[in-house]
Write a protein of this length. Structure first.
Lengths: 217, 217
């Protein structure tokens, strides 16, 4: 029974890693489409983003089946509840990446990013793609040190998000409303994407250290 | 055992309704603060929004305890997994309402809504508050007809959300970037708020009709 349960937990973990790997490709393509004018990358991101919902739902069904068959308690139960949360986060990340790709799509052949914010969005994009890669690694190896580093890197994303608003609300900003809308939303999407990365990594920390506080799931 | 489980399910439901009632007050205050210049309402919304996280986490802990003690299967198990999702949605709704209140707070004593969008945001706000009230009612009475109506009303929210962009991207829009940023984000927050309402109500539909499809949780 115990061995079967461990096998099923591995299956859950493998599926989380698989979805995370898909999300990496999607956010990588989406941000490349958004920061440059590579519309083919944006299209690839859009085409793949929808499929993540189905994969996340299939994973949830698997978790529910394991809960029903094994009736786990204590830490095992929490691992499965966390898997449901992680699957939800990964689904939202794919959806946010899809929104970023959609902005690039709408603005093509023009770029959605005005010159004044090119460096900011380049850095923000590189950061979130790197964070997504680290999330997959954390899920694969349940690496607590890496989970902590992720939380530190998210702070830089928040800084860049605030910087976008500083630029847009400064006297020097002379772009039209379309640019203002695009960069406002894109920055928000990237910030939320990084928030989900942190949520996933913090759950992995708890699972590995076994240090569950009463107020954390 | 069965009777105890039913009692525990009622406790879960009562807590969901209680959190939903709190969220109604928060979104009502937040939108009143945002659409008018009643900064006291915005402050009330901000003060209450944070507390929802703790209530949602406490509810999740209760659900995990019930799962551990009762090891439910089939529909009972799905009800509890849905409760976790609903609690997550309610938490996000409170957070989104808090963001709307924060915009009103920043712009006080000025209004965050320019004249050209006053009617749109008034309607959108009334709609989402009404939707939040209906969600609480659906959770209380597991009323499937009401759940269906909610899904229809969400379409109007999406329409108004698109209208905000039409106005902002039209040639007539002459407001500064601050207004553009504020209305873009506020409209996005209200749209997401309504999305969560729909997610909650669709779960209640499934629970009541027992009509679970393999692809819905």
């Amino acid at each position: 029974m115990r061995e079967m349960f461990q096998q099923e937990l591995h299956e859950v973990q493998d599926r989380l890693v698989e979805i995370a790997d898909n999300v990496i490709t999607i956010i990588d393509n989406a941000t490349q489409g958004f920061c440059g004018t590579d519309v083919a990358k944006a299209d690839q991101a859009l085409a793949s983003a929808d499929a993540i919902s189905d994969k996340a739902l299939a994973l949830d069904e698997l978790v529910i089946r394991v809960l029903a068959r094994q009736a786990p308690v204590a830490r095992d139960l929490r691992i499965l509840v966390s898997a449901l949360r992680m699957s939800n986060s990964l689904e939202r990340m794919a959806s946010l990446a899809g929104h970023i790709a959609a902005i690039a799509r709408y603005r093509f052949p023009a770029s959605a990013v005005p010159e004044a914010l090119e460096d900011t969005f380049d850095e923000m994009s590189r950061l979130v793609v790197r964070l997504a890669r680290k999330t997959a690694k954390v899920l694969k190896n349940t690496d607590v040190d890496l989970a902590r580093k992720i939380q530190a890197e998210d702070e830089r994303v928040d800084e860049l998000h605030r910087h976008v608003f500083d630029v847009v609300l400064s006297d020097e900003w002379s772009e039209n409303a379309m640019f203002t809308v695009d960069v406002t939303l894109a920055s928000r999407y990237l910030e939320r994407f990084a928030d989900h990365v942190v949520e996933i990594s913090s759950k992995v920390s708890y699972l590995t250290t076994g240090d569950w506080s009463e107020t954390e799931i």
